[in-house]
Design a protein around this ligand. Structure first.
Ligand SMILES: [Zn+2]
Length: 372
């Protein structure tokens, strides 16, 4: 923990340029935990920035004594960043004692999350803040986002931090105390269940406003051809790793006597809300198109989720997104592109030609509905 109360009843926060001096001074007089009142001492070493720790084993549940060096350093940086322009309280408990954000600034509760927590706990903490009329501001502090060629790989845990902004689309924000800056991924579009297309920028902490405001730049349109290439690779991988026999999608394709590579181009298109599903769009869009006649797309997709054929991705920070919405967006998109012919391609050569024709006719329509 970075805050304590000294023997004079003053709150001491070990953050900012004066932190080292404060830490030295704090060794001279007794300090106490603001939550349990137990006595705390200053610890400083080569790895960790100076911080307070309970002197003996304590049952104080307010602070983990195992905060990582990264968490402590990031918290100190973020506190200093917010204090430049706004009031901030380090490790303050909410008035009703229910929660203790890393930093509290007015109605904004900052959570710098380095360790992995469950989606359920993430959602519970988020909902508690929102129920109190507060805005949770989660900042990812874990391992850097993995890159794969032009794409980013987002784990299910990292996806919990996704937010939505009308101009930035889906975006993701992380802070790195070593680099002293934020990395922001914007206009994130899922390309496969693991890979995403995104625009990335790094902003030094001193150049970022609090609360952050959106910087709207030029957008590079995402090429639909690249999406088709990744769709093919996704099928390759699934078949290579022998998932096809157990995989409900491939089972459904083979049962209907079809070849997954040769399905029509409009099965497996990106739509804005497809982030809510951990499956490739080709899976759920295939289910929708082979679904029972007259059954609404929303019902088909929900039934497939219940059957375990599709898996939802929790997105606690985004309102109004659902599998049903993704299904509706897809149905609307199909209407817009005028129900292309349903036939599968006869060969891979024909398939590639059909893809080119589809791109020429519909790429703009598909991408315009994705980009924000
Ligand atoms: Zn305590």
């Amino acid at each position: 923990m970075l805050s304590a109360v000294n023997a004079h009843g003053e709150v001491v926060v070990l953050a900012g340029p004066g932190a080292k001096l404060l830490a030295i001074q704090a060794k001279e007089i007794p300090h106490f935990c603001p939550q349990c009142g137990g006595s705390v001492i200053v610890k400083a070493g080569d790895v960790n920035i100076p911080h307070f720790a309970h002197t003996s084993y304590s049952s104080c549940d307010s602070f983990s004594e195992h905060e990582s060096p990264r968490h402590l350093a990031g918290k100190a940086d973020l506190y200093q960043w917010i204090m430049k322009t706004s009031e901030a309280k380090m490790e303050a408990r909410l008035p009703d004692g229910s929660q203790r954000p890393d930093i509290l600034s007015g109605k904004i509760a900052v959570e710098f999350q380095c360790s992995t927590i469950s989606a359920a706990l993430f959602k519970e903490r988020t909902d508690k803040y929102t129920a109190r009329g507060m805005t949770p501001f989660w900042i990812y502090g874990g391992k850097p986002v993995e890159r794969k060629g032009r794409y980013m790989k987002l784990t299910p845990f990292q996806r919990l931090f996704l937010r939505y902004h009308s101009q930035l689309g889906f975006y993701f924000m992380s802070y790195c105390p070593d680099q002293k800056g934020f990395t922001i991924y914007e206009r994130i579009i899922p390309v496969t269940p693991t890979l995403c297309e995104a625009e990335c920028r790094f902003v030094r902490v001193e150049e970022m406003s609090f609360p952050p405001s959106a910087a709207i730049g030029e957008t590079n349109a995402f090429p639909l051809g690249a999406f088709f290439d990744e769709k093919r690779k996704w099928i390759d991988r699934a078949l290579y790793f022998g998932q096809a026999r157990r995989h409900p999608f491939f089972q459904a394709v083979y049962t209907s006597g079809r070849n997954p590579y040769l399905l029509p181009e409009f099965i497996g298109l990106p739509v804005r809300s497809s982030m809510v599903l951990r499956n490739h769009p080709i899976e759920w869009q295939f289910y929708l198109l082979i679904g029972e006649k007259n059954q609404p797309a929303e019902e088909i997709i929900r039934r497939r989720i219940k059957l375990g054929h599709l898996k939802e991705q929790p997105l606690p920070l985004i309102n109004g997104l659902s599998a049903e919405k993704a299904a509706k967006e897809y149905v609307d998109l199909l209407q817009l592109i005028g129900k292309p012919k349903l036939a599968d391609s006869r060969s891979m050569v024909a398939k590639l030609q059909n893809e080119q024709a589809f791109l020429a006719d519909f790429e703009k329509t598909v991408i315009n509905r994705l980009i924000f």
